[in-house]
Structures are given as C-alpha cells and as structure tokens.
Design a protein around this ligand. Structure first.
Ligand SMILES: Cc1cc2nc3c(=O)[nH]c(=O)nc-3n(C[C@H](O)[C@H](O)[C@H](O)COP(=O)(O)OP(=O)(O)OC[C@H]3O[C@@H](n4cnc5c(N)ncnc54)[C@H](O)[C@@H]3O)c2cc1C
Length: 350
C-alpha cells in the first residue's frame, strides 16, 4: 500500500528545511504555500553567533551553527548555488560596558570560536564611528535568502511536491488529517506569522514583529565586514548594501514606513561616516514568541496536527537543526527539547 503523505503548510525557511529532511528519509510529502512570503524572503539572512545586548553566545549556537553550515552546503551540492557566505561582523561597542564584557569573555574557551581577542587594530578601526572601540565576531555568515527560496521552490515544483494556494482552515478536518477530503499522515503548520490565525494553535503566544530594511548604494563603506551597532550593514553586490532592521510590535501591515526609513538612516549615520543613497526599502513580519523560543510540537487534542513556528529573528541559523529535531519527533517519537516543545503552553488549553 502506498505510504500516506505528510502535508506541510508553508514554504518559508521552516517548511523548506522540513521538506529537505523528509526527502532525505524518503518520506512522501507535499508542500502547500500561498505564494506570498513576507519573512524568509525579506530576511537579510545574517547568522550572528552573538547576542550583543548581553554580550553572550546565541542560544544553542554551538549546535545550530555547524549543522546549518552542513545543511546549506548540501543544498549547494544539489542545486549548484552557494547560499552560505562567511563574513565577519564588526561590532562597534555601544558603551564602555560592552567593551569590558568583551574583554572578560574573549579568552574564555566557550567564546574563542566567536570573539576575536581585541588588539590595537580593533581600537583604531576607522570603518565605523568608533568611541568605545570595536571587536570582530568570528564564524558569522549570511545566507542568500531569495536565491535559496527560489531554488527550493524549483526543486519542489520539479518533483511535483508543491501546490501554490492559500489553505482555508475550514477545508481541514483536524481529527482525520484531511485537506479538501484528501487524507494525509500528518499536517505540519509552518506558517510563520500567519500562524496567529490558525484555529488549532492560536492559543500559543506567537507575535507578529514587523521588520524593515533599506537597500543603499555607497562607494566608501566597508565591504569586507558586516558593521553593527543599532543597525547592521550587509554587502550585497558591488556598491549595494542592505541595512537593517527595525522592530515594531504594533503594526501588522506590510507597508514600508517613513519612520523606519528615518530610523535606519539615523542609525547608519551614527555607525559610519560613509556617503550613501537609499535605493529601496522592504518590510516583512517575523514570527516571534514571548519567551524567545521556537514553537514545535503536536496539538494536544489533534495529534495529527503539528506546528513548526516561532523562529523569530534567527530562522536561518536555527531552522536546519530544528527541522531535524522535528522530523525525529514526528517520525520516531523522539522527545523535543523542553524549551521548544509547545507542551510548555498546554495549560493554556486545559
Ligand atoms: C526585516 C527582517 C529581517 C530579518 N533578518 C533576519 C536575519 O538576518 N537572519 C535570520 O536568520 N532571520 C532574519 N529574519 C527572520 C526570519 O525571516 C524568520 O526567522 C524566518 O523567515 C521565519 O520563517 P518561517 O518559515 O517560519 O515563516 P515565513 O517565512 O513567514 O513562511 C511562512 C510561509 O507560510 C505560508 N503560509 C502561511 N499561511 C498559509 C496558508 N494558510 N496556506 C498556505 N500557505 C501559508 C506563507 O505564504 C509563507 O510563505 C528577518 C525577518 C525580517 C522581517
């Protein structure tokens, strides 16, 4: 008898990463995507192993980063494009305390892969407006997000596993995992911020966090590093750079705003004395979670329905390994890490 397919709803980085894992294990699946992506495509794709606010390593980065490298390298082997591009991040310290934290941590074993010990050249660095000094973050990278999603769509289309349509929840029977009457083994929702509307998972504390970036042209900004303080710069091509990103919790629209543009221009002018011209502006919506941990797991009453969401600001770092953990959970009943398992919110349903 033919094995029933798993249905993935959404083909952002969450859905694509899951699709790659199911494919690897020869599990039949189909992806349905509305064809409009407002997060994974807009994302600059930066992979920053540090959280500067606390001058601490990003959560589980020692596991996520090597796994992500391998995941994107495998996609390169298969699809012929390079997606993972190493680039150092030049942090311009925001205040004396940041410098002090860096100095304290730079020689600790667990930070050696990420914080380059400061030397005189960091102090004298002129690529940024430098009051408290600068530091170089190692093992940072960025992903060519649009290219990756385009190639993933091509792969899914060529293997006849992609349908472009917006799923209406009324067409799903949650008890039997059918969609428009068609039976699936499981349905996994990878809907990004649209998950807010999902009638089976809308008890989870998912938030829509709008972000905007601008694209600039500049002849005199550093193109060998991503500069960072209050905003980041990311070299795109020749004299073109992305600058991002803003955070807004009270605007669920996808319009670009004058306020975000001025904010980013102001941050860039405080970070670098380069001359630049703004060419473009984009807006997207991140699926963030109150406790800053992703949302993975099965519905408590409808076990054929699962969710893979809440990737927040670090989707491109976390999705590859989390998709593996989700696959192990779905197929082999392997427990999810308690920090990401939606069981932590089940009392909201009882
Ligand atoms: C401005 C900005 C900058 C960012 N920068 C970075 C960065 O530098 N690095 C980083 O790692 N992350 C960054 N992010 C965050 C990153 O974009 C997210 O973590 C990630 O894209 C979330 O992926 P996702 O697949 O969960 O959601 P999405 O990318 O939103 O994908 C969800 C998909 O589901 C589909 N869908 C939803 N509902 C339905 C339905 N009912 N029927 C059919 N299809 C449906 C949608 O069409 C969409 O394609 C940034 C985000 C923004 C907005």
């Amino acid at each position: 008898m033919e094995q029933q397919k798993i249905l993935l709803v959404g083909a952002g980085i969450a859905g694509v990463a899951l699709a790659r894992h199911l494919d690897k294990r020869n599990i039949p699946f189909e992806v349905i995507d509305a064809g409009k992506n407002h997060s994974s495509r807009i994302a600059a794709g930066l992979i920053n192993p540090m959280v500067f606010r606390r001058m601490a390593k990003s959560w589980r980065v020692d596991e996520f980063l090597p796994y992500a490298k391998q995941f994107y390298a495998e996609a390169t082997t298969e699809w012929g494009q390079t997606y993972f591009h190493p680039i150092p991040i030049r942090r311009a310290f925001a205040h004396q305390q940041e410098y002090d934290f860096w100095v304290k941590k730079q020689n600790l074993e667990e930070y050696q892969a990420y914080l380059k010990p400061l030397d005189d050249s960091d102090h004298k660095n002129t690529s940024v407006i430098n009051t408290y000094g600068t530091g170089e973050v190692l093992n940072a990278a960025y992903i060519s997000t649009k290219q990756l999603l385009d190639d993933a769509f091509k792969w899914l289309q060529q293997t006849k596993r992609l349908r472009i349509e917006k799923i209406q929840y009324k067409d799903i029977d949650p008890q039997n995992a059918t969609y428009k009457g068609e039976q699936f083994a499981k349905i996994i929702f990878c809907e990004g911020y649209h998950g807010l509307e999902n009638p089976w998972f809308n008890y989870l504390p998912l938030q829509a966090t709008k972000g905007e970036t601008i694209t600039i042209t500049s002849e005199d900004i550093s193109n060998s590093e991503s500069l960072n303080r209050k905003c980041f710069t990311l070299p795109v091509k020749d004299t073109i750079y992305r600058v991002g990103a803003t955070y807004a919790w009270d605007d669920p629209t996808l319009h670009t705003t004058e306020a975000a543009r001025s904010e980013l221009i102001g941050h860039l002018q405080n970070l670098s004395s380069c001359n630049f011209e703004v060419l473009d502006q984009e807006a997207g919506i991140r699926p963030t979670v109150l406790d800053r941990r992703p949302l993975l797991g099965k519905h408590i009453h409808f076990p054929a329905l699962s969710i893979f969401n809440g990737l927040g600001t670090k989707g491109y770092l976390m999705a590859p390994l989390l998709a593996k953990e989700m696959t192990d959970f779905i197929l082999n009943d392997k427990n999810l890490d308690r920090e990401i398992d939606i069981q932590r919110y089940h009392k909201r349903l009882l």
